[in-house]
Design a protein around this ligand. Structure first.
Ligand SMILES: *Cc1c(COP(=O)(O)O)cnc(C)c1O
Ligand code: SF4
Length: 366
């Protein structure tokens, strides 16, 4: 086997699910026609029984076709594309889509409109145009390689992209967003790590959603990446009947730290067509945070964010720990729900904290 190509033998047909789990998956054929199915042997092996938290993430469901609501492009990414596949939404950073393939397709994916669609292949030319866009825009100091999954590309292609990016003097940091250490951990090889470590400062955010995704194989992959000096963060999507309980989420964040991954973001599920059955109420996420903050290491606490429909970007939300914010003192509630006071020095508040009626975002304005 060539060092930089791991042979993928993914499971792509509902009939394979029928055989493997002795269930009738024939109703899922139509779903997989619309939204492709692909599951690695490793990820499939984590399923313990039908409809468990791993199953729900990767096996098609008829709810994908029947659930009304949501939009194809909930974050309005296509509107913020200065060149094809690149999303430039924030002042100093951009998101590149370098592949529309993933090792395992998540049924709740925000980019269901394009991932796995063979007609929407990202060409090498399209990648080069994105790199040239960054070269022409000195305000961009941070780039995120996303997709699909960037680690679906060969080591050689990654090397070409990373060296192109590193030839841009104003680009300070490079980030890779990937689910490979979780779904196809054997893709993380010595050679991949040797390639990546030549392009520091390089950060990686890994998509993990459930404690069962953390095992010897994913721990080995993360260990290799961390040993290559890559700071590892996690991105987790809050999903109904997958990880929407404080107990599961606390176990996940603690296990992540043990494999050297710092919880970064916990995402409210995007309002995507075909993913409505995964949505939870925002209060669920707040309740989870309430049971993590203070109860376990601050290192384990992710930012809980809603990526706003219509392209407003990510907005962080926190449970309320402020009981009263007064002129002379602030009254706080700690993790045990006990009240404590802190006396404020006299003087004017530098930033008046008040509820304002902000301008209505583009999404609501039209
Ligand atoms: C999430 C995201 C980023 C990165 O956001 P950070 O808060 O810096 O991690 C950049 N661009 C787009 C379009 C994004 O969706
Ligand atoms: S790994 Fe990310 S891009 Fe790929 S299917 Fe899952 S959520 Fe979508």
């Amino acid at each position: 086997m060539a060092e930089d190509s791991i042979r993928l033998v993914p499971i792509t047909k509902p009939a394979q699910i029928s055989r493997r789990f002795h269930v009738d998956a024939s109703r899922l054929e139509a779903v997989a026609q619309k939204y492709p199915m692909r599951i690695t042997e490793h990820y499939l092996s984590l399923i313990e029984e039908p409809d468990d938290p791993i199953w729900r993430q990767c096996i098609p469901s008829v709810d994908e076709l029947s659930g009304a609501g949501g939009t194809e492009d909930p974050l309005a990414e296509e509107r913020d594309c200065p060149v094809p596949w690149m999303v430039h939404r924030y002042p100093d950073r951009v998101l590149m889509r370098v592949s529309n393939q993933c090792a395992t397709y998540c049924r709740f994916c925000t980019r269901k409109r394009e991932v796995g669609d063979v007609r929407k292949f990202v060409s090498q030319n399209a990648i080069m145009r994105q790199i040239e866009y960054i070269r022409a825009h000195p305000e961009v100091r941070d780039v995120i390689l996303s997709g699909g999954d960037p680690l679906m590309l060969s080591d050689r292609m990654l090397d070409t992209i990373l060296s192109g990016l590193r030839s841009i003097p104003h680009l300070e940091i490079i980030r890779i967003g990937t689910r490979i250490p979780c779904t196809l951990p054997e893709r993380v090889t010595e050679n991949l790590c040797r390639t990546l470590k030549r392009y520091h400062p390089l950060y990686m955010n890994i998509h993990f959603n459930h404690p069962r995704e953390i095992n010897d194989a994913s721990a080995r992959a993360c260990g290799l990446l961390a040993d290559a000096g890559i700071p590892l963060g996690s991105q987790t999507v809050l999903l109904k009947n997958v990880n929407d309980s404080p107990k599961v989420m606390r176990e996940l964040v603690q296990k992540l730290l043990r494999i050297r991954v710092k919880p970064y973001y916990l995402f409210q599920m995007d309002d995507v067509t075909g993913g409505q059955h995964f949505k939870t109420r925002v209060e669920t996420g707040l309740a989870i945070l309430k049971e993590i903050i203070g109860h376990t290491s601050g290192l384990a606490v992710p930012h809980f964010v809603v990526d706003t429909p219509g392209g407003g970007g990510k907005v962080p939300i926190l449970p309320n720990f402020i009981e009263e914010l007064g002129r002379d003192k602030i009254v706080l509630r700690n993790y045990q729900d006990l009240k404590f006071e802190y006396s404020q020095p006299s003087g004017k508040a530098p930033i008046p904290i008040q509820v304002t009626t902000g301008k209505i975002g583009r999404h609501l304005a039209n």
